[in-house]
Write a protein that binds this ligand. Structure first.
Ligand code: CA2
Length: 149
């Protein structure tokens, strides 16, 4: 039986991955990324629960529901990264270890993407490696959980 369950949260528009704007976000769909994460999760001996929503409140509810169910959260909050105090407060409120990931390097893009409301309450952030950001983020999160729990 695996020791940890990880909530993988994806925010707005990430359901369009692989279907639009491949030059910025690549050719893989969100389903492809989730499959890749499931393979990695098996190797790491953890369970995954993947959620995508275009709605801020649904993401906040998923974070609240993680209490007593998940030991870590891997999150790409999409554009809410740069706008949502509500998602930041929810993550801080449940106090579950968080790793933030981004497909693109947000610091090489427009100035408004340079600030993340999540970064300062996360263990760390991985940005710019495409789908690989998620795999690296999952590895980092599980490594941290194994240290502290
Ligand atoms: O690089 C990332 O992972 C982002 O979180 C992606 C967000 C963006 O707002 C952040 O600044 C950085 C946007 C996700 C939109 O995904 C699309 C995928 C295909 C077509 C259109 C949008």
């Amino acid at each position: 039986m695996s020791k940890f369950s990880i909530l993988v949260l994806n925010g707005p528009n990430l359901n369009l991955l692989g279907k639009r704007e491949p030059t910025i976000y690549g050719h893989l769909t969100l389903e492809d990324i989730n499959k890749m994460l499931e393979d990695e999760a098996k190797k790491l001996n953890v369970r995954l629960f993947c959620v995508q929503s275009n709605h801020e409140g649904v993401l906040v509810d998923s974070i609240h529901n993680a209490l007593n169910h998940h030991q870590g959260i891997l999150i790409n909050a999409g554009a809410y990264t740069h706008t949502s105090v509500a998602i930041r407060d929810a993550l801080a409120g449940v106090a579950i270890p968080v790793v933030e990931v981004h497909l693109s390097n947000i610091y090489r893009r427009e100035e408004f993407r340079h600030h993340s409301y999540i970064a300062s309450i996360a263990i760390g952030q991985i940005s710019g490696f495409g789908a690989e950001s998620y795999r690296l983020g999952l590895q980092a999160l599980v490594t941290e959980l194994n240290k502290v729990l």
